[in-house]
Design a protein around this ligand. Sequence first.
Ligand code: ADP
Ligand code: MG
Length: 596
Amino acid sequence: MKMVNVSLRGLGFILITLLLLFPFWANSTSNPESYMNVIITAGTSAVLTISLNICMGYGGLLSLAHTGMQMMGGYAIGLAMLNYEIDPWIGILIAALVSTIFSVLMILISLRATYLYFGMITLAANLIAMEGFRNALGNDGLISGLYLPAFRGEDLTIRQFYYVTLAILVIAYVVQRNTVLSGFGRATMALRESTDTASALGVSPSVQRVKIFAIAGGLAGVAGAITAMQGGFMAPEIGDLNGGLIFFVGLFIGGVGTLFGPLAGVGLIAAIDFQIRFAGAYRTLILGTILLLCMMVLPRGIVGTFRASKMGSPQELADEPTIVEEEIITTPTSASGSVAIEAINIVKHFGGIKAVDGVSISILSGRVHGIIGPNGSGKSTLISCITRYHSLTDGEVKLFGAEMPKSPHRVARAGVTRVFQIPHLFERVSVRDNVLTGMYLHERYSWIEAVLRLPRYLSSTRAEERQAAVLLRVVGLGRKGEIAAANLSHGQKRLLEIVRAVSARPKVLILDEPATGLTQSELGNLHNLILFLKNEGLAVVLIEHNVDFLMGLADIVTVLESGKVIAEAPPEEVRNDPRVVEAYLGRADISELMGE
Ligand code: ADP
Ligand code: MG
């Protein structure tokens, strides 16, 4: 990871130096302006690709409206200049604002749309906007007579405007980087993974979508303003999706969802495109072939492949867990033994299937509450009902005496964190970043503070990183912080996901079959962690097939069968309960059937 940073930083440094010196070289050619215009256009494409990377690469929102956003920004600054004689510098801000509004409107009408459907809505919005300008402005929507901004009363030269574009590109890159490397960015990636994952961490999927798209829209609007000033005109054709293909091609070649990918990709495409500028009709063919080859050989793009290779470096040995539990930060909860969750007569039917059929259960603070039952007995469904992932057919859920909030992310915010039966990790990001994601709810800095790296962001992040290191040590992952989560063993991934949940400092922690696939020593670490949390006053719900593990921890065990509670008692009693034994097909000892 360190290596990656150093080499990428070096590369960035070289790139910036070359770009700064470029006008001096261009001046020695016969047509310096055309060379500088080529780079300004490429820089604009890079800003748009960064914007696309934020919403599609990191946020998982397919946007087919980036050229539309660019056009929107272009018209905003153009009309402001022509009709109101607004200064072009101010016009850039207006362009950002108008394009942001356009993006927010698009996202608001399609909040619940799935990936492709959402893309189609943006495509339609793009077409409507293009036709709107074409018809509303006359002259086929063409506006001209736009000009470059002035500095101290003198119009900028193309060379000065080149440097302005470069500065904007650097700002766009920094906005992207600082957004991604913050709680905001981690929430965004959680959303890309799935709505459920994001909700479980307390992220409101709709609000987060709106924010991501607003940021992408703002950046694209600025790019549109550059386009308008550089060309001196704006036309609906700028919004044509064809022109936006270069952003997609550049992003895929560079690496979707990587910080440096948009720059590497667009830079490469621009260089190749420049070399083959006289190839005429063959140009598209050549670019298409390059994209195809790249997708086949490097599906993660140049930067993505590079990063994956570094983060996949040989695994280090697991270190002995140092028990530093006193350093784990938890949320003080109500008195041990008081009721945390009260579920009353929960019923959940899926069509004819009575998955949960009238279950009442009380979860107490400072206790480990085990839930067992054969496969399909409704354990996971019960949890999904309690945490509001499912609507109830009937019944009622209370949290600390009040009604349980109605949506999953509000449940998480109220202090109930669940770990799903199926792993929901962020495989491509580092182990440490996975843990940091869990701390979303406790981050007290705003997006702006993160982008500008203000003190509140810095101190909060330092504290979070310390806590992440402590938690990882507790489960024996202390030396794996920098590797990609994908490189962990199955058991380690389970532990990581539990640690992420613990880092949210919940009052109630719900674990759905956490012990599956864990080695003996990993089981030991998990046992100690759960015991520690219980003693801190958390209510822990433990669904588990590993009976020995469960019996060693649980204070009380609820047994489900076909959606009904057939027993609820301390572990030793449950083991010998005839109804339980019968439910497990008459085996003498349930652990024979359930134990692993
Ligand atoms: P357990 O976690 O105890 O193994 P589940 O809660 O996953 O059991 O499932 C209980 C029953 O509900 C099963 O018969 C399962 O097939 C059914 N079920 C669970 N989720 C759904 C769903 N989303 N749609 C339809 N049936 C479901
Ligand atoms: Mg289950």
